[in-house]
Design a protein. Structure first.
Length: 556
């Protein structure tokens, strides 16, 4: 009977509490999922007014399960009360409630259809098509034209949920597979909102102090790639963007910039010199967020977030992998974020065929790669090594064998790195040897094969490396060499491969995971520390750590 009373309350029925001694014995606990009714000392009377946070928690819990009672109602078994309860239980819900429930159910069906999982209250419904934005006058005709001209016909799963969420002003934690369209998922709302602001300013010009949107990424190459995509999408809309470089940071007028793209260290240095103000930033985007929230970058990210002092700014984190530790750190500086997860968590793209290849010892890696190239491994091929030194050695070995190979690492100048990337994209280079510098976000549409020459230091590194192929739904292949020394880290990678739809032997899934000295040293060697680009020197971050290996650094 008590359940019926509160069911009626949720349907909008009001009733007077009978002034009887038994009614005073009724008390409620805060309704939360999974708690049980328990006896407490004489409770206070029912509050006449609840704080907003409690009322919100009440409404969310009441939608899922009936409230909990501390004590049962007594002396309510008369015929009169039974008739009243039966009458209330037959009252149909209000039409508005029914329509809202139907809308929520339709949104949930669409999410299940596209493999979208969300966590957070009041999530906007996912997009069915880009035409919805045009019909709602969210996209201008010019922006719609640019979108179509770029080849975007239907939104990808992450775009379906992230675009309306950002347009609604929600802060995001978004994790989606590599090559799934995360860049457009945040560029489209940014361009739409900033172009609308531009139109308003033409009617009522106002003095500006700095950029309206900031996009932070872990490498210069990725930042430049994002800027090119932004230029295509915002063509003809009058928006300006600047990629923060030493030349642009000196004496630049950032008051007229709409979108600023930067790596963490360069932006933190510009803030320290007070050469740029982020007080008017409306969108702060962290691309490859799991890399940005590593311990060496925390102080820089912290200064950037606090420099964006506008109360209604929107902070959004995007990555292919989103570890729980990163999510916990991010929630500390976010307001009621909506988490979006597309597909399995921390899994590689399903359109990439993945396999593990045993090469015996360390000397077997070069022999295996040469054999694959001789047997017709179709270029362009991207090869990942654990350190700069190993990349240089492999480059010499392949060039000596007549292979058109090039390499890219953090100690190269901007011009050399750009030339290596352009040569690889143009087809002049068959094999590009790289450290994890290009394992994050870089888009090589023509790459059909990725070779992990050295075993990845973590599952997160593996997912990002493999994600350099199979871009935009294309098919790809990823081959990972492993030796006996890699046995301790084999099982986690095998689990990722199995979760992504590729086959692995059962014995790999039954291995015991252990951390040996060689694997620990390889993990440290594989971390690149682009001192002039993204990362601080060891120990500069908030979380101090002892470093036993000096990773590669970019000279100033």
């Amino acid at each position: 009977m008590s359940s019926d009373i509160f069911a009626a309350l949720r349907c909008g029925i009001s009733f007077k509490r009978p002034e009887k001694p038994a009614a005073a014995a009724l008390s409620l606990s805060t309704p939360t999922a999974g708690t049980e009714a328990e006896q407490l000392p004489p409770p206070p009377p029912l509050p006449t007014k609840r704080a907003p946070s409690k009322r919100k928690a009440w409404s969310e819990a009441a939608a899922n399960e009936p409230p909990l009672l501390l004590q049962p109602l007594q002396n309510k078994s008369t015929a009169k009360h039974r008739k009243q309860e039966q009458k209330r239980s037959k009252v149909a819900p209000a039409p508005a409630t029914s329509e809202a429930a139907q809308s929520i159910e339709a949104a949930n069906v669409a999410r299940r259809q596209h493999g979208i999982h969300i966590k957070g209250a009041q999530a906007p419904a996912p997009l069915q098509s880009f035409e919805e934005l045009l019909a709602g006058k969210v996209l201008s005709g010019k922006l719609q034209h640019n979108l179509r001209a770029s080849g975007f016909q239907e939104p990808t799963p992450v775009q379906r949920q992230a675009v309306p969420a950002l347009l609604a002003g929600r802060e995001l934690l978004a994790a989606a597979p590599t090559g799934s369209g995360k860049t457009l998922a945040y560029l489209l709302p940014i361009v739409s909102c900033l172009s609308a602001l531009r139109k308003q300013e033409r009617k009522a010009p106002e003095a500006r102090k700095g950029p309206r949107a900031v996009i932070v990424s872990p490498s210069r190459e990725l930042a430049g790639q994002i800027q090119r995509a932004l230029g295509v999408l915002a063509s003809g809309l009058g928006l300006t963007s600047v990629l923060l470089k030493p030349a642009s940071a000196a004496g630049a007028d950032f008051a007229k910039v709409d979108v600023l793209l930067a790596t963490p260290l360069r932006l933190a240095r510009a803030l320290k010199r007070q050469s740029v103000s982020l007080a008017e930033v409306r969108f702060l985007i962290m691309d490859e967020a799991d890399k940005l929230f590593e311990e060496g970058l925390l102080s820089q990210i912290d200064s950037i977030v606090h420099a964006c002092s506008r109360p209604d700014k929107v902070l959004a984190l995007f990555s292919a992998t989103l570890p729980e530790g990163v999510e916990q750190l991010a929630r500390g500086v976010m307001q009621d974020p909506l988490r979006i997860l597309v597909g399995p968590r921390n899994a590689a793209a399903t359109n990439v065929k993945q396999r593990l290849h045993f090469v015996g010892g360390d000397t077997g890696r070069l022999m295996a790669l040469r054999q694959m190239l001789a047997q017709g491994l179709v270029p362009p091929v991207l090869v990942f090594t654990a350190s700069r030194q190993r990349a240089q050695q492999l480059h010499q070995d392949l060039r000596g064998s007549g292979v058109h190979a090039d390499l890219i690492h953090a100690e190269q100048t901007d011009a050399v790195r750009e030339a290596a990337v352009n040569g690889f994209r143009a087809g002049r280079t068959w094999v590009l040897i790289a450290t994890d510098l290009v394992g994050r976000g870089m888009d090589f549409l023509g790459v059909t094969t990725v070779v992990n020459y050295d075993f990845p230091a973590s599952t997160h590194d593996y997912v990002h490396r493999v994600g350099r192929t199979g871009r935009a739904g294309r098919a790809g292949e990823a081959i990972t060499f492993f030796t006996e020394e890699d046995g301790g880290q084999l099982k986690p990678i095998a689990n990722v491969i199995r979760a992504s739809g590729s086959e692995v032997p059962d014995w790999m899934l039954q291995l015991k995971k252990f951390r040996n000295r060689n694997r620990a040293e390889l993990a440290k060697a594989s971390a690149y520390m682009d001192e002039a680009d993204a990362f601080t020197r060891p120990g500069q971050g908030r979380l101090k750590r002892k470093v036993h290996h000096q990773p590669e650094q970019q000279p100033k």
